[in-house]
Design a protein around this ligand. Structure first.
Ligand code: GLU
Length: 434
């Protein structure tokens, strides 16, 4: 076993460093081979439909003007309007937006939603800007995107470093630039809004709750209890925090956490709410948290635990750390956290991966509920939302799990196969215009 891993490591060292786009394409092509995807449909799904890049000026607090670059990539809309988040991060570029848009196409298809996939964002470090500047950047970006987004065309949502406030600014800007009689009818141009202005009760916890449910379903299938199970979380934002919150309620123990500010561990357990409150009053940082010790950030994934939840950025689990990972389950809260080489090592070592397009799909399912609610002029209660989310996650999980057992493939391949087959069927039924 170890010998093969070492061989793989050597082989991959010689290969060029790959980006997220290479990962998603390799994942797609291997699933397409598995299901013998029609070659014409493979061609269509291998490229993005539209790629929008906008450069726009924004007035800074000191009176200077700064130029920003924003992206929106619309990968595929065979099943419905493009859907996916907007992230604000220095790593945002066209390649990242393409890869993330593709993952959204598979995610919405797998979840059985009437959506396609899109993704975008702005290349910036949001910690460098004031709230007022971020508001003006967001509004000007929305104005620049103009009719490239729309409630029945392309519906953005929160992602890394964007939140309900960001969505409120987008919704307000978009609605304000419509003719008066159309304004309120456009509220569903974005999802993930605050619950006072058409947002869904529980949308904040939807992704993290879905991550938790995926872990719970996996434990149930394998006759394991979550009581006393040790888990580590990378990223303590919306996804990581809520996943940890629900896992702790079931008796699991958070033993280490990492985010952009640092990494801490305590094998006796870290109280999730205490850590959350501490980081809230310390500008998001764990530094100095009294009940845990700092750990070397490069050792984080190799810490002792049963479950590892990467809930931050892509390409975190690679050939460099995969051979030392102790967890027996990886639950992907982030998009693309495990690269293809890292995954090969994990699978070879018998580690299960609940793939991103299943594991973190609670977020987009919550978005779909919000969109329906706005479209139909309804307001749903939190308990109703949680029940519906549970039902959707269970259906998707069972589909993927059963497929992986039946076809003897890993869960990512299973999830991709189901997602791609649904899109293939839509193309076969519709045909290609003209
Ligand atoms: N950004 C989230 C994701 O990657 C949510 C997307 C959405 O709700 O449209 O799944």
């Amino acid at each position: 076993m170890t010998i093969v891993t070492a061989d793989l490591k050597e082989a991959f060292k010689k290969a060029p460093i790959k980006g997220m786009m290479d990962n998603v394409m390799e994942q797609f092509n291997s699933a397409a081979d598995q299901i013998n995807l029609h070659p014409n449909i493979r061609k269509i799904l291998s490229i993005t439909n539209n790629e929008i890049i906008v450069n726009f000026p924004v007035k800074m607090d000191n009176g200077d003007v700064e130029i920003f670059t924003g992206y929106r990539v619309q990968h595929n809309n065979a099943l419905g309007p493009y859907k996916g988040g907007l992230r604000y991060h220095p790593t945002v570029d066209i390649d990242a937006a393409r890869a993330l848009a593709m993952w959204m196409t598979w995610k919405t298809s797998l979840a059985g939603l009437p959506y396609g996939g899109g993704k975008g964002g702005i290349k910036l470090d949001p910690t460098r800007y004031s709230k007022g500047e971020l508001e003006r950047i967001t509004r000007r970006f929305t104005f620049a995107l103009a009719d490239n987004i729309g409630p029945e065309h392309d519906i953005p949502a929160p992602d890394v470093n964007t939140n309900s406030q960001t969505m409120a600014w987008i919704a307000d800007t978009y609605m304000s630039t419509r003719p008066p009689a159309e304004r309120t009818a456009n509220q569903h141009v974005v999802t993930g809004k605050p619950d006072g202005i058409g947002g869904l009760e529980g949308r904040d916890r939807a992704t993290g709750y879905g991550v938790y449910l995926s872990i719970k379903f996996w434990a149930e299938k394998n006759n394991k209890s979550l009581e006393g199970t040790k888990f580590i979380v990378q990223g303590f934002g919306n996804v990581g925090y809520w996943a940890a919150h629900f896992l702790e309620k079931d008796g699991a123990k958070l033993v280490a956490v990492q985010d952009a500010f640092g990494s801490v561990q305590n094998q006796e357990g870290i109280n999730v709410e205490d850590l959350f409150k501490y980081s809230q009053i310390n500008d998001g940082s764990f530094g100095g948290f009294p009940n845990a010790k700092p750990v070397d950030k490069n050792k984080f994934f190799t810490l002792d635990c049963d479950i590892c939840i990467p809930a931050a950025l892509g390409n975190q689990i690679t050939i460099e750390n995969a051979p030392q990972i102790k967890a027996s389950l990886i639950a992907e809260g982030a998009n693309g956290p495990t690269n293809v080489e890292g995954e090969k090592v994990l699978l070879e070592r018998g580690i299960t991966i609940i793939p991103d397009i299943l594991c973190n799909s609670g977020g987009v399912v919550g978005s779909y509920f919000e969109w329906l609610q706005n479209r139909n002029g309804e307001l749903w209660q939190l308990d109703e939302v949680m029940v519906k989310l549970h039902k959707k996650m269970k259906e998707s999980f069972d589909k993927v799990y059963d497929y992986s057992k039946k076809e003897d493939v890993d869960m990512r391949t299973a999830a991709f196969c189901i997602a791609i087959e649904r899109i293939e069927k839509a193309y076969i039924q519709r045909g290609i215009f003209p």
